[in-house]
Design a protein around this ligand. Structure first.
Ligand code: ATP
Length: 428
């Protein structure tokens, strides 16, 4: 428990295969270091002696295979040691994937056999999908593989800001504090934090992303053999379930890892039973996974956007730019005016074209909007193009017709076309 002792430094001794689960307090960072033995955080070994500083609210676990002593400095929301974890079953999955990667590497030239495992992690919200994805990637990277991480969870976003699907190669075990390096991910902008707002657009983007990765794999035997780990959303009912099947199919997943839900597992086993090259594996959810409510998720999203512009520890210096209204070409995808019910055949529902592009006139609603900068060169390429990055509208002056926005750097934008979704951010 959290005690406000005068000195907050204390030691924690961990027996083999145990983990220390900790939640940093909401308003202060937490420091932690390894004193003896070996330990890892979500698959990444932590270095001996060096203090790691975790931002407020971070939830994590320090796991040891052979025993360790750690030192913790700072007050925590909660902390305890657990001796029951599903880590052995997780590392067994890793071993199977590793063998498949080796087999793929040994079969260059054969287009099927040279393909390493394509793993998709599915399960309800707060079942530990992101965490398991991270462990599998870090364990693979530790052994020298460069697996591709694909994040289809537009609600949280572990590669870039929320509202996006993205992919990036993982070349080193993921840093327990910094997370996934934001070097040059391949990012597609949906613009909303739930796919339900525009399901068709979500599917189109998933297809585009899969298509580009397929092309990259065709020319790169190393990443092809390493395969991919795909993280998905916690929405597993109705349309959410349909989108899972769509992702499994579109990425040609070969391993489906189902976390913490019997029903989902048996449903998937049933629909995939005729596909002999797809394994559906049920895995236990870790007791350490912390449930996060809507408010917490909203906060996390907002932090992710802040992190994009300012860095995790304010180490980036975004630039405030001014543009004329006429300089910006902003589009919205989907929605648009619907046909009136009276104009439709009896029984038909009015439907807006989900991938229709609508130019946006500068208006008050844009204030505090986060817009994506598309790589498209023509408006009709916007839907199928990935995005270079994001800007945030900070001021609109209707008299002088000037708009002020924050961008990661000064200078002209990497693309002409901007996309507006429903992402709004207020600097905390
Ligand atoms: P989502 O519903 O967003 O898809 P998820 O299923 O991906 O969630 P995670 O993000 O992996 O779940 O885990 C939820 C939270 O629990 C995270 O903050 C994560 O750091 C924490 N967590 C996961 N495993 C453990 C553990 N063993 N000990 C402590 N905290 C953990």
């Amino acid at each position: 428990g959290s005690t406000a002792a005068p000195t907050t430094i204390r030691q924690v001794k961990l027996e083999k295969e145990c983990e220390f689960r900790v939640e940093a307090s909401p308003d202060a960072p937490l420091r932690l270091r390894l004193l003896t033995g070996t330990a890892e955080i979500f698959g990444t070994e932590i270095p001996p002696e060096i203090w790691l500083t975790f931002p407020p609210r971070l939830k994590c676990a320090v796991f040891t295979w052979y025993g360790a002593t750690i030192e913790v400095d700072g007050t925590t929301e909660t902390d305890y040691t657990a001796d029951e974890t599903p880590m052995i079953s997780y590392v067994n999955v890793h071993a199977v994937l590793d063998a498949r990667r080796n087999r793929a590497k040994a079969s260059p030239g054969d287009s099927d056999a040279s393909q390493g495992p394509r793993v998709i992690v599915v399960g309800p919200t707060d079942s530990g999908k992101s965490t398991l994805s991270r462990m599998l990637l870090s364990w693979a990277a530790k052994q020298g593989w460069k697996p591709t991480f694909v994040d289809l969870d537009i609600g949280q976003g572990s590669i870039t800001i929320p509202g996006c699907i993205a992919a990036t190669p993982i070349e080193l075990p993921i840093d327990p504090v910094e997370g996934i390096p934001l070097d040059m991910p391949l990012v597609y902008f949906h613009g909303h934090t739930t796919p339900g707002v525009n399901v068709d657009l979500y599917k189109v983007l998933v297809k585009e992303l899969a298509h580009i990765l397929e092309r990259q794999f065709a020319g790169n035997a190393e990443s092809r053999a390493a395969g991919m780990v795909i993280n998905t959303m916690g929405w597993i009912e109705s349309i959410g379930y349909e989108l899972l099947l769509h992702a499994i199919d579109t990425f040609n997943a070969t391993v489906v890892l189902v976390l913490g839900q019997e029903k989902l597992c048996s449903m998937l086993k049933d629909v995939l039973k005729n596909k002999s090259d797809v394994d559906v594996v049920k895995l236990q959810k870790s007791g350490g996974v912390v449930s996060r409510n809507a408010k917490f998720r909203q906060k996390t999203r907002s932090h992710r956007i802040r992190e994009y512009f300012y860095g995790l520890s304010n180490d980036l210096s975004p630039h405030s730019n001014v543009a004329n209204f006429s300089d910006l070409c902003i589009y919205r995808i989907g929605g648009g005016p619907q046909a009136p019910r009276s104009a439709l055949p009896i029984g038909a529902e009015p439907a807006a074209d989900p991938t229709r592009l609508t130019p946006v006139n500068i208006n008050r609603d844009l204030l505090h909007s986060v817009l994506a900068v598309s790589f498209a060169e023509e408006p009709d390429e916007i839907i199928s193009s990935n995005v270079a990055g994001f800007i945030w509208i900070t001021n609109i002056d209707f008299e002088s017709k000037k708009i002020t926005y924050l961008a990661p750097s000064a200078g002209s934008l990497p693309g002409k076309y901007l996309i507006q979704g429903s992402l709004i951010w207020y600097e905390p």
